[in-house]
Design a protein around this ligand. Structure first.
Ligand code: UDP
Ligand code: MN
Length: 384
């Protein structure tokens, strides 16, 4: 067989956690192909040495950034300009055929047969099925193709500011020419419920080969209990909670022991956590910082620590800590009936905020609507 490889990309130590779990997921299903990770200079030395243990090739590449703030703002994903770096994948000419996988994908079943497909094969983008999702695609490394895509990008830009826009424009014939280049959706199934057709997800779940955590909420950003080794599954991921747990099981079995506190950010914090042991102060510090990150990315643990009751308790504590109010005048009592007490107003505002956060998850790419709607059929089922 010709020389083939699975290729991924990571530009920092956090996405490297995804790359490591992805690599082990490929090994777990017994792939016969090489594993390649492209890294940028921003990946720490400690992480590089760990990546070298699991990937056949760790290829440093320079950052290519679309710097297209306008389109990235429409997508609400400013970080995705950097995904232009993906285009370096065409320079891996030591391989004849490759499959690129985003580092937020998880291989569930062996799919070595993908290497038999031709460039450019990919699965439909769930939000716009006449485009392909660029989280999984089959391609042929070739310097001339690389140059041609870069020239095309320089001339035309990317309609979404990321690699997916440029690749869909460059390989625009994908939509309507050769059906063999349309991969089944099971090779790139979106995990996020808003983008899923839940009855179909249930029906075809056992056929899923590659799951893709597209969108802002990545498995490594979810709350994880190091003592029980259980991830807490947010409501929009309930249908695929077992896959999220699989991600964390692979992390616990194969990745955690390779981490070191020399690594940056989350990877360094996770290195300090002891698995299966009673929670230490490091674990608590890690959980606190994770909860903060989750809050900031709109992924709030409503059923756990960040439940409404806990938030309300905190607000009350804060109110109670306030300095004494100035002495009351006789009129104050008369006003009481017409003025809403501040704590009731705060409670109402907090409830509104929580409700709006529950119903407006952050978008994944390829949608410029702030609140994507699930398919109609799914909606009617849900309301039953
Ligand atoms: N990526 C990266 N660093 C970043 C953002 C993205 O290394 O800061 C890489 C990584 O391989 C990632 C891919 O680019 O999987 C595409 O980004 P992402 O998966 O976040 O996009 P989405 O699938 O959510 O649209
Ligand atoms: Mn992705």
């Amino acid at each position: 067989m010709s020389k083939c490889a699975w290729v991924t990309l990571t530009t920092n130590d956090a996405y490297s956690l995804g790359a490591m779990v992805l690599a082990h997921s490929l090994k777990r299903v017994g792939t016969v192909h090489d594993l390649v990770v492209m890294i940028t200079p921003t990946v720490s030395e400690a992480m590089r040495s760990r990546l070298r243990e699991v990937f056949n090739l760790v290829q440093e590449v320079n950052v290519l950034d679309s710097k297209d703030a306008t389109n990235l703002a429409i997508l609400a994903r400013p970080e995705l300009g950097i995904t232009f770096t993906k285009l370096h994948a065409w320079k891996l000419v030591q391989y004849e055929k490759c499959v690129f996988l985003d580092s937020d994908t998880l291989v569930i079943q062996n799919c070595d047969e993908l290497m038999e497909r031709e460039e450019l094969s990919a699965a439909p983008e769930v939000c716009w099925p006449d485009c392909f999702n660029s989280g999984v695609f089959v391609y042929r490394p070739n310097e001339a193709t690389f140059t041609s895509i870069i020239e095309f990008a320089a001339k035309n830009g990317s309609f979404d500011g990321g690699d997916q826009g440029i690749l869909n424009s460059y390989f625009s014939q994908w939509a309507h020419t050769d059906i063999t280049k349309h991969l089944p959706y099971t090779y790139n199934t979106a995990a996020f419920a808003v983008y899923s057709y839940l009855p179909a997800f249930k029906e075809f779940k056992n056929k899923i080969k590659i799951l893709h955590f597209a969108g802002k909420v990545k498995p490594w950003l979810l709350n994880f209990n190091s003592e029980t080794k259980q991830a807490s599954i947010p409501p929009m991921f309930t249908h695929c909670g077992d896959f999220i747990q699989l991600w964390w099981n692979i992390f616990c079995d194969n990745v955690h022991q390779r981490l070191s506190d020399q690594m940056a950010g989350l990877a360094g914090a996770l290195a300090q956590v002891r698995l299966g042991e009673p929670r230490s102060s490091e674990q608590e510090a890690y959980e606190a910082s994770m909860r903060r990150q989750c809050w900031e990315s709109g992924n709030i643990d409503y059923t756990g620590k960040d439940s409404f009751d806990n938030i309300w308790k905190k607000i009350q504590e804060t109110l109670e800590m306030k300095p004494e109010a100035p002495a009351k005048s006789a009129d104050d009592d008369n006003d009481k009936s017409s003025v809403t007490p501040p704590e009731i107003e705060i409670k109402a505002t907090a409830q509104k905020l929580i409700a709006s956060n529950v119903t407006t998850p952050k978008p994944a790419r390829s949608t410029n609507k702030p609140t994507p709607q699930p398919p109609a059929r799914q909606k009617s089922k849900k309301s039953k």
